[in-house]
Design a protein around this ligand. Structure first.
Ligand code: ATP
Ligand code: MG
Length: 553
């Protein structure tokens, strides 16, 4: 346990430490229990890093268990994407993937046990009556008319439920706890309902399905989970979790511990809202690079290491909080600053003819990383025609403008100083081309005549330039708390995706999906899976600096 001391501690680790010292447990067993009804998001990543991270640090085990009790909303594509995401984040689950549905037989038998103990009954109230009978926070509930049905009759009714003799909504199996409890979840909660639904794991075997609260605690116990970590909204349900395990014949009784969910500014995190974005085609799919899903972040260019680092930085507490998007962005920026090779790409090309350059191509050396020689160098072609970015030229500008201005000088990164001699325009006054001259003696040297060079800009040589599409992604929402809006679809950031057609330097020819680069002065980008030899496609992962809400000079 020596390495544990180097990890950031939190209240959950303190509970585990105490359990190991007292001998309550000799090994740690956790689980991550997603419902396969959507893709995982960055909030789930927090839970994954917590559950798998604890298992790793204490040399324990973590199970991946699909909480699959809602067959109508779940499917195998979600199962597969979730398993892939957990894997990609760098975690290994213990043994095979598990499913709550693996335990449907056992759950059924525990339900029968509870009926036999007169702790569960079949109820015929419909949904509306059920609500009315439940009472509210100030009013106790009323007992269901069938609450005191004899055990034998309840057993027969439950068998009929299972046999498909009742319609959906006609009846349910409820626990007999306390209709006056101050915890609403203890007012005779439903544990089984009739559903004639095909299930992705169990097919048509069942027409009754157990509810989450009943399934979850028993699945935990059957797997020998020691610490069942969940988010704060289950705090009240802990009473039910413990009640069920106390009243059935099972030896294991995991401890449920709640922690606060991750909320992130400028993002929505509920699966229902994410699903709406997909269905309304506001985004291209669950893995659209603007989605806070793990698949979206991956496609955007986030690395697993950056997401794990983010989870570490935000920590684990019981306090509700909202994390700034810039905290997540800082993690990927730091990772890519050292890991991503530098390259040049021009997103909004302006043709520059270098009038005094011979009609030949020369090959210059450019380091792949300014601070890391081990990353090597590449060859950059330079010739009589290059592209620069339109935003890097002005006909007139004051001294603060560190780029190219008519009749003044700028350095082309890794190449020569050029002087802007002439602007060619069309009839409407749009700039078509610049005529410049280069200073041949300025490769790696300052101009000999002492003239002032305004700054350094990036460029791409024209005859070797690779056509490329740049998908410049930004935050999906224009407000920090989109979930607070009456309709969160009305606050989509219209600039969340701006597509530009430009050029990339030829060394990027073989850029494959996920390969990350820092495009000099533009930002961190990664090749998209749509990228092909005929046209490269790059996604902007993050800008070089945090520029949200700031305007450029
Ligand atoms: P949603 O509310 O988006 O539908 P969920 O809680 O229903 O999410 P599950 O698939 O049940 O999604 O979640 C699996 C696990 O991930 C649960 O233990 C849940 O508590 C945890 N989890 C979900 N969202 C977050 C979050 N934002 N922060 C931390 N943990 C989360
Ligand atoms: Mg859930």
């Amino acid at each position: 346990m020596a390495d544990v001391e180097h990890r950031p501690t939190n209240f959950i680790r303190q509970i585990i430490d105490a359990d190991l010292v007292s001998g309550k447990h000799s090994a740690v067993q956790t689980r991550f229990p997603p419902e396969p009804n959507g893709f995982l998001h960055i909030g789930h990543a927090k839970s994954i890093c917590l559950n798998f991270g604890i298992a790793e640090d204490y040399q324990g085990q973590c199970n991946l268990r699909f909480d699959d009790t809602n067959p109508e909303k779940e499917n195998i594509d979600f199962v597969n994407s979730i398993a892939q995401d957990v894997n990609w984040l760098g975690f290994k689950w213990s043994g095979d993937i598990r499913y709550s549905s693996d335990y449907f037989d056992a759950l059924h038998d525990f339900a029968v046990e509870l009926i036999s103990k007169s702790l569960a009954y079949v109820c015929f109230l419909n949904a509306e009556q059920m609500r009315e009978y439940r009472g509210n926070l100030t009013q106790p509930g009323k007992n269901s008319p069938t609450r005191d049905t004899a055990v034998e009759e309840n057993l027969a009714l439950f068998a009929k439920m299972r046999a498909g003799c009742f319609k959906e909504g006609e009846c349910s199996l409820r626990l007999k706890i306390d209709m006056a409890s101050s915890f609403m979840c203890m007012r005779d909660p439903v544990i089984y309902r009739v559903k004639f639904a095909h299930h992705h794991q169990t097919g048509d075997k069942w027409c009754i399905y157990p509810m989450y609260d009943f399934t979850h605690c028993i699945s935990d116990a059957l797997e020998g989970i020691t610490h069942s970590l969940c988010t704060l909204e289950f705090q009240d349900n802990r009473r039910l979790y413990d009640w069920i395990l106390t009243n059935i014949s099972i030896a294991c009784h995991p401890q449920q511990i709640e922690f606060s969910r991750l909320n992130l500014e400028f993002a929505v995190m509920s699966k229902r809202k994410l699903q709406t974005l997909v269905e309304q085609q506001t985004v291209s799919g669950w893995d659209d690079p603007r989605m806070p899903t793990i698949a979206g972040l991956r496609r955007r260019g986030y690395t697993a290491a950056a997401i794990r680092e983010f989870a570490k930085r935000i920590g684990v507490t019981k306090q509700d909080n909202v994390i700034e998007m810039s905290a997540l962005e800082a993690c990927i920026r730091e990772d890519l600053d050292s890991a991503a090779p530098r390259a040049m790409a021009v997103l909004d090309p302006l043709k520059v003819t270098i009038t005094n350059h011979p009609a030949t191509i020369e090959w210059l050396d450019a380091p792949n990383h300014p601070k890391d020689e081990t990353m090597g160098s590449r060859k950059l072609p330079f010739g009589p025609v290059v592209y620069i970015d339109r935003a890097d030229f002005r006909e007139e500008a004051n001294k603060k403008y560190k780029r190219l201005v008519l009749n003044s000088d700028v350095r082309l990164r890794n190449a020569y100083v050029i002087h802007a001699d002439e602007v060619i325009k069309d009839e409407a006054g749009n700039i078509l081309e610049l005529k410049c001259s280069y200073l041949p003696e300025t490769l790696g040297e300052n101009p000999a005549d002492g003239r002032k060079v305004r700054g350094v800009i990036h460029w791409v040589e024209a005859t070797h330039a690779m056509p490329a599409e740049f998908r410049v992604y930004d935050r999906l929402f224009s407000v920090a708390n989109p979930a607070a809006e009456a309709d969160f679809l009305t606050v989509i950031n219209p600039q969340s995706l701006v597509i530009k057609q430009g050029y990339a330097e030829p060394s990027l020819q073989g850029a494959i999906a996920q390969q990350a680069y820092q495009f000099e002065r533009e930002g961190y980008y990664c090749a998209d899976r749509d990228s092909a030899a005929a046209k490269l496609v790059f996604n902007r992962t993050v800008a070089l600096r945090d520029t949200w809400g700031k305007t450029e000079e």
